[in-house]
Design a protein around this ligand. Structure first.
Ligand SMILES: NC(=O)c1ccc[n+]([C@@H]2O[C@H](COP(=O)([O-])OP(=O)(O)OC[C@H]3O[C@@H](n4cnc5c(N)ncnc54)[C@H](OP(=O)(O)O)[C@@H]3O)[C@@H](O)[C@H]2O)c1
Length: 288
């Protein structure tokens, strides 16, 4: 199975490439913007027609949520239009498409876990662009997996865990938002899940995050505990945090995602987030 991974220099793309290379049934090819800028639609078409992948795992995206607010055109071009173009080509060459989406497609009202087919009402430019990307995927192809994830962390790139560990080198106390409740996703676990999914034709929309709901505050506390770092973490509301930091995009307060469709399709749940964190910290240590 020839699998093309976009965004292979990013957190998830890197782990997909690493994971798929271990599988003798997969011939993985990783590309990033230096190899192919996906916003060049005709070059993308030429590349895919030549490459003829059986599966495209589309991890490339504009992922800087706050910066996106000031760059909507660029963000929509890569996250939505380029995704739509990719979906159209995948349909023509009969490749399966895995599109990685986000909890930010939802507005996050209430406290219940969102089902995959609930209405999308993104609050931010990033969320809106990813939601439109989903729509294009559904419109242009019929062999797709849309995987909504949240709070990704992996070895290759920046993320919340690395930021907290860096802060612990210079600070004794920090303020962390405590009223955004959702999940986090270890990209190693997600890559393994994608590896299983692409051998099936159980297409659809799935929520794929590590198990358990938590706030960024809970996550920070657990990071310092597991990393044996002394840090006083003060819980702070999103409202208060917005007053402290400029140019913040709006984020959903309730990012709980239901795994019903995942379970019904017979896919396993990911391990709990505390377990994922401990394996990630181990991986970080081994890479030092
Ligand atoms: N990170 C999260 O917490 C999170 C949460 C929910 C969903 N997601 C989704 O999960 C997926 C993977 O996220 P990630 O954290 O692995 O992202 P990432 O680390 O930011 O990697 C994305 C990669 O895409 C590349 N890229 C950007 N524009 C491109 C273009 N025009 N053509 C080709 N490649 C381009 C980036 O290159 P440059 O770095 O040079 O721009 C980067 O290497 C994304 O679809 C994201 O929307 C992420």
């Amino acid at each position: 199975m020839k699998v093309l991974i976009t965004g292979a220099q990013g957190q998830l793309g890197f782990d997909c490439l690493r994971q798929f290379r271990k599988n003798p049934k997969i011939d993985p090819i990783g590309i990033d913007v230096a190899d192919l800028d996906l916003t060049d639609f005709s070059l993308t078409e030429k590349y895919l027609r030549k490459c003829q992948p059986d599966v495209v795992v589309h991890c490339a995206a504009w992922t800087q949520v706050d910066l996106a607010e000031k760059n909507p055109e660029k963000v929509f071009l890569i996250n939505a239009e380029a995704t739509g173009n990719l979906a159209r080509i995948c349909q023509q060459i009969q490749a399966k498409l895995v599109y990685i989406s986000t909890d930010y497609v939802f507005s996050g009202t209430g406290t219940s876990a969102r089902e995959v087919d609930e209405p999308k009402e993104a609050l931010s430019v990033y969320g809106k662009s990813k939601a439109l990307g989903e729509e294009y995927v559904q419109r242009n192809s019929n062999r797709y997996f849309i995987l909504r994830i949240s709070g990704a962390f992996g070895i290759h790139g920046n993320n919340f865990v690395k930021t907290m560990l860096k802060l612990s080198q210079t600070k004794k106390e920090i303020y962390v938002v405590c009223d955004q409740i959702g999940s986090v996703t270890y990209t190693v676990d997600l890559a393994r899940q994608i590896e299983q999914m692409i051998f099936t034709d159980r297409y659809g929309i799935y929520h794929v995050t590590n198990e358990g709901f938590l706030s960024w505050y809970d996550f920070a506390e657990e990071i310092f505990k597991q990393a044996h770092q002394k840090m006083v973490v003060h819980p702070i509301s999103t409202e208060e945090y917005r007053k402290m930091v400029d140019n913040q995009a709006y984020r959903p307060l309730n990012s709980r995602l239901s795994k019903t469709s995942l379970v019904q399709a017979g896919f396993p749940l990911l391990p709990r987030w505390e377990d994922a964190l401990s394996r990630f910290l181990k991986e970080l240590k081994e890479n030092e």
